[in-house]
Design a binder for this molecule. Structure first.
Ligand code: GLY
Length: 296
């Protein structure tokens, strides 16, 4: 199991809260795997913990859009069936990853947007929150400052998880509030299959973080998975997950000038974590490691 809390220039004062947040999320997901639970349940549990932590740009504590509102995107993908469930631009759902899971399990669709996603949530009897419940003072201040200076920051603090379970199934998920001051209705890479996450039992599971408008251009998560499968030279072995993650980030930089981060796990339980930003908050644990690895 690996989790991330975003790749960006995490300021010194946020390092410890980010470290604690990814450690807690890893623990939530690991408990699921340790009792024989599925990779999907582990990813959902880890991402729920990250959405509930106001330090990250997902769920409560997300960046506000240009209109001063939180609009959330999330995706969960099943590596066994290749089906994903995603929701975009939802405003009244405290944990969009729960709604993404319902789209995955209980609908014939892969992605539901805005009012339609919330209508589906109502039909699924998912509890609604007040949109104001998702707003924290730190983000209100940032929004007010950005309005005055008309500047917009880059996305920061998107969260995600990848997991392999005892049945050999892989899963991946990602959740975000997107960049600060985004245009209302703007959807980035995170909830798009192949961009924000990808999982295929045959190759690997990937969750990404970075500036959506760059990540989408190279279909970041699927590109990473394809590199893992293809290896350095066609027909000559496979890339290690770490090498695939680094190669994909190099491609992102080369083709778009963008930076970001990637976590990946393969069917042999090998984990990779790479980033080209100043920092990334991430944590991982496998049955080979007695202790979790937590880094910011
Ligand atoms: N990767 C987060 C976003 O751009 O929406």
């Amino acid at each position: 199991l690996a989790v991330h809390g975003g790749a960006w220039a995490i300021p010194e004062e946020m390092v410890e809260p980010c470290r604690a947040g990814v450690a807690r999320a890893l623990d939530s997901g690991w408990q699921v795997l340790a009792r024989g639970g599925s990779a999907l349940d582990a990813c959902q549990a880890a991402i729920t913990a990250l959405e509930d932590d106001p330090v990250f740009d997902a769920g409560i504590g997300s960046h506000l859009n240009r209109d001063g509102r939180v609009q959330l995107d999330a995706i969960l993908m099943d590596g066994r069936t290749l089906k994903s469930g995603a929701v975009v631009a939802v405003e009244r759902i405290r944990n969009p990853i729960h709604l993404a899971r319902l789209v995955l399990d209980r609908s014939e669709y892969m992605l539901l947007a805005g009012s339609g996603a919330e209508q589906f949530a109502e039909e699924m009897r998912l509890e609604f929150c007040n949109p104001a419940d998702l707003v924290v003072p730190r983000e209100q201040e940032l929004w007010a400052k950005n309005r005055q200076s008309a500047s917009q920051g880059l996305g920061a603090g998107t969260v995600g998880a990848v997991a392999l379970d005892a049945q050999g199934n892989l899963a991946a998920g990602t959740s975000t509030g997107g960049p600060p001051g985004k245009y209302p209705g703007r959807v980035g890479d995170s909830p798009l299959i192949g961009c924000g996450c990808y999982a295929d039992n045959r190759t690997g599971a990937v969750s990404t973080t970075g500036y959506g408008e760059a990540m989408m251009k190279v279909v970041m998560a699927k590109t990473t998975n394809d590199l893992l499968a293809a290896g350095p030279r066609r027909g000559r072995g496979r890339f290690e997950p770490q090498a695939a993650a680094e190669k994909a980030l190099a491609l992102l930089r080369e083709r778009t000038g963008g930076t970001g981060g990637v976590i990946i796990v393969d069917p042999r339980s090998r984990v990779g974590a790479a980033f080209t930003t100043p920092r990334m908050a991430y944590a991982f644990r496998t049955s080979d490691y007695l202790e979790p690895i937590v880094r910011v």
